[in-house]
Design a protein around this ligand. Structure first.
Ligand SMILES: Cc1cc2nc3c(=O)[nH]c(=O)nc-3n(C[C@H](O)[C@H](O)[C@H](O)COP(=O)(O)OP(=O)(O)OC[C@H]3O[C@@H](n4cnc5c(N)ncnc54)[C@H](O)[C@@H]3O)c2cc1C
Length: 373
């Protein structure tokens, strides 16, 4: 085969569809028996994701929303209503399956229930057999077997817990975010309404996320219908290529550390992977130097925003509850809200942060307090 892809998540499937469309022979190995399951994701997607994959109407979009509320530890809140950007609540299982259908329709083979145990240059050993491939792509998420082969340390991971819950909601179009160290230390909690008094309620944190989530559910009087959890990378890895190999998506830590959203940066990086692989297959050069073009590409396209997000995340971790309350108060001004509503973009959070600091220098005080800690 030309390309073997370890992992049938959104990143691996997108690469498979793109390369098969160009006429290459591609096989995806997925350890589970069902594409999309088990799903750990909240399915909150920016419009950029749907632009990359196209065909919005068949990607499991449940609804669009542009409203969010951020709740501070003291209960005060900030209501955001974007004038420019919409986010989409997406059925992630349907989303992944739609990408799998694209890949199959273009000629890719998806081998379910086949776990890749080991890889080396041009060679794959799975739970069912052994294969040869000109290029191997590691898109297996946080526990990447390909990352191990290219001898790169794993990204930093934080734990997330989520439930689908029976929960009465006043506004079915509003995504609610809770910040604070007693709610979700180092990260945040979320409620994403799915409709008909059902919502996804989850959180990620530097503590025991299940314990914090249980407390939140009790406080909200929400009854879980199903539970899931997973790890979210909050740092990118030092190197994402090897001899005839690449790692993409969560495997490479290509996730926004501010929000935990990994699908957009994963797909942006996947586009770079596709371009690099096409050139390599055409030239027959799969050396490290040829594969490095992928790393140059994704760092140029999305690397700066990912490292800005990591910086903001590191500062955010140091914020005390009293400062969260003050920051929410400072942002709750018409001029601040106007900037958030106009420039807020979950895929490019640093843009709005710099604009807010410029407009309201009082906020700089908090960045200084944080920087001192
Ligand atoms: C609770 C939670 C909520 C989230 N919410 C959002 C959100 O709202 N929006 C967003 O953009 N992102 C969200 N994310 C992050 C997002 O889910 C990931 O960034 C995204 O799934 C990464 O895609 P991927 O294809 O790189 O990896 P994955 O989706 O992890 O897919 C990897 C696939 O590889 C398979 N695999 C692994 N190892 C092997 C092997 N050795 N052999 C064969 N198969 C293998 C796995 O079974 C899996 O199917 C969330 C994450 C969590 C944990």
């Amino acid at each position: 085969m030309d390309v073997a892809i370890v992992g049938g998540g959104p990143v691996g499937l997108f690469i498979a569809a793109s390369l098969s469309r160009m006429g290459y022979s591609v096989t995806v190995f997925e350890e589970h028996s069902d594409i999309g399951n088990p799903s750990h994701c909240s399915g909150l997607f920016s419009g950029h994701i749907l632009e990359i994959v196209g065909g919005k109407e068949r990607r499991g979009v449940l609804k669009a929303t542009s409203k969010a509320e951020i709740v501070a530890p003291d209960g005060s809140s900030l209501q955001i209503q974007s004038t420019t950007t919409k986010v989409y609540v997406v059925n992630r299982v349907e989303f992944d399956r739609s990408l799998a259908r694209d890949a199959i329709n273009k000629g890719a083979e998806i081998r379910l229930k086949e776990r890749v145990r080991a890889v080396s240059k041009g060679f794959i050993k799975t739970s069912r057999g052994e294969y040869q491939s000109r290029i191997i792509v590691g898109a297996g998420g946080i526990n990447s077997v390909v990352r191990r082969e290219i001898m790169v340390s794993a990204p930093r991971i934080i734990g997330a817990a989520q439930v689908i819950a029976d929960y009465h909601y006043e506004d079915e179009d509003l995504v609610r975010i809770y910040v604070g160290n007693k709610i979700a230390p180092g990260f945040f909690a979320w409620i994403i309404p799915l409709g008909d008094d059902v919502a996804k309620i989850g959180l990620a944190s530097y503590g025991n996320s299940w314990l914090f989530l249980k407390r939140l559910l009790k406080r909200l009087n929400a009854q879980p219908l199903s539970v899931s959890g997973g790890g979210i990378p909050v740092s990118t890895v030092s190197k994402t290529y090897g001899n005839g190999m690449l790692i993409v998506g969560d495997a490479a830590g290509q996730v926004k550390a501010t929000s935990g959203g990994g699908v957009y940066p994963g797909l942006k990086s996947a586009q770079c992977a596709v371009r690099t692989i096409e050139i390599a297959l055409e030239s027959g050069d799969y050396s490290r130097a040829a594969m490095k073009k992928y790393e140059d590409c994704w760092r140029r396209e999305i690397g700066k925003e990912l490292s800005n997000a990591q910086y903001i995340h590191r500062q955010y971790r140091k914020i005390k509850d009293v400062d969260f309350n003050n920051i929410v108060r400072e942002l709750n001004r018409p001029d601040m809200l106007k900037i958030i509503n106009e420039y807020g973009d979950i895929d490019y959070p640093s843009k709005v942060v710099w604009k807010l600091l410029k407009k309201n220098p009082r906020l700089i005080k908090y960045t200084r307090i944080i920087a001192r800690k």
